[in-house]
Design a protein around this ligand. Structure first.
Ligand code: ZN
Length: 436
């Protein structure tokens, strides 16, 4: 038996009561909502609903000025024997019908896994600052407990839901940390890190501090030959962030000069390599002399120990008083004023984070008289991640791994990150892994 209802995805202003008002308006017009799911972002909500009266619903929603994407939803009763759902999905695909997602309910004999999903046996998961923020609690992420952290996951495909193509059980893979809908206006324009319902693995969903991680198969990417599980878990989030900042947002060009703060941090060590790859001259900072040689080995022209040197004065010397074209900023109040001051005329400051706090002073005289540009950046697009995956595979870029901890020592690993006593990435591992 097949029945067709109409599903709407709408974007709503996320103020308290907006959803209640929408539902009330629909109910007043006799429209029955059969199913409803909501995903929240900072300033609006994406709501998926299945209603009994398509035409009427569309009219009411339009009168509410909601942005609507209409889709068909098919409810099916199929015999609950293994393989039936896969066969149905195949028939639909052959007829050119694209299923965006499917949900099965059933008894003991139901299909294992949901349509389009992949279960990954975790071999390694890297630690990011986001893990610390999620644990401490920040307003941007409404985390429901129990929660599993971990944005960067690599492993092997353990199980595939019906309808998945292009992946095999046992295959070595990693999971894209940025999760987009690939249907909204930004996603369709290729700017999927601006997605209306954008989320990060391990923040929006359960992550990789676990033996298994589950996600949509479209977010699972094969590991290039010769890249280890550890490297595959170490690079995605930080290299993607650094690439989007320097290449896409700041448009770093060959011959330009760039200051990268904190060479030993995950994003810092990625940024030095990416800036060097782009043909720029890289200056960087470290908090201890022990990190100087490592930063130089990554390609930095000069390394400044900010604990005992005046960074701005050193940069003035290094650039003959001119300043740098781009500052790679991810620290916040601790470094901000210096970051603005060391910019050359026409310089760009690109920021992806605020590990030392959220608010900074800004002397507007520097901004207008030197015609500076301040750029915000978060994560990167799937296309950028695939480009990076190739560069990692070719060894043009290489994530540095500081220490691998067993999963049960996650606390010690996070404490280590808080102490900033790290160069490169810290990893967690449920079990020993080899080359992929
Ligand atoms: Zn989207």
């Amino acid at each position: 038996m097949i029945s067709i209802e109409t599903q709407f995805s709408i974007f709503l202003d996320n103020r308290p009561g907006a959803l209640a008002r929408t539902c009330q308006a629909l109910a007043k017009d006799g429209i029955n909502i059969l199913a409803l799911s909501i995903s929240d972002t900072v300033d609006h909500a994406v709501i998926r609903m299945v209603t009994s009266d398509a035409k009427k619903t569309a009219k009411v929603l339009e009168s509410l000025h909601a942005t609507i994407h209409e889709r068909q939803v098919i409810f099916m009763d199929v015999p609950n024997t293994p393989g039936t759902l896969a066969k149905v999905a195949q028939k639909l695909a052959e007829a050119g019908i694209n299923i965006e997602y499917a949900y099965c309910t059933g008894g003991a004999e139901q299909e294992s896994g949901y349509m389009g999903e992949a279960l990954v046996r975790v071999k390694a998961c890297s630690i990011n600052h986001l893990d610390l923020w999620i644990r401490q609690g920040i307003p941007a992420y409404q985390t429901h407990l129990p929660h599993i952290s971990g944005c960067d996951v690599s492993g092997t495909v353990e199980q595939l839901g019906p309808g998945v193509r292009g992946l095999k059980v046992g295959q070595a893979v990693f999971i894209a940390p940025g999760l987009s809908c690939f249907a909204c206006e930004f996603c369709r324009a290729g700017q999927d890190n601006l997605c209306a319902s954008y989320g990060i693995m391990g923040a929006k969903t359960d992550g990789g501090y676990a033996e298994f991680a589950k996600t949509l198969a479209r977010d699972v990417i094969p590991i290039p030959k010769g890249v280890s599980f550890e490297e595959a878990a170490a690079f995605p989030l930080v290299f993607l962030t650094a690439w989007h900042m320097l290449v896409t947002r700041a448009g770093l060009a060959r011959g330009e000069r760039v200051l990268v703060h904190a060479a030993g941090s995950g994003t810092g060590h990625a940024a030095i390599q990416i800036a060097k790859h782009a043909g720029a001259t890289v200056y960087t900072t470290v908090g201890s002399d022990a990190k100087v040689e490592k930063a130089k080995a990554l390609g930095a022209e000069a390394v400044i120990n900010y604990q005992r040197e005046d960074v701005a004065a050193r940069l003035k010397d290094l650039t003959e008083g001119r300043g740098v074209d781009v500052v790679f900023e991810h620290i916040g109040p601790q470094t901000w004023e210096g970051s603005i001051r060391v910019l050359a005329k026409g310089g760009r400051l690109v920021t992806c984070g605020a590990t030392s706090g959220p608010s900074v002073p800004l002397d507007l005289r520097y901004v207008f008289s030197r015609q500076l540009t301040i750029l915000g950046s978060m994560m990167g697009t799937r296309a950028e991640l695939l480009t990076l995956t190739k560069l990692i595979g070719k060894r043009v870029l290489k994530p540095m791994i500081d220490t691998v901890y067993p999963l049960q020592e996650a606390r010690a690993a996070q404490e280590r990150m808080l102490a900033r006593d790290v160069f490169g990435k810290l990893l967690l591992q449920p079990e020993p892994a080899g080359i992929a």
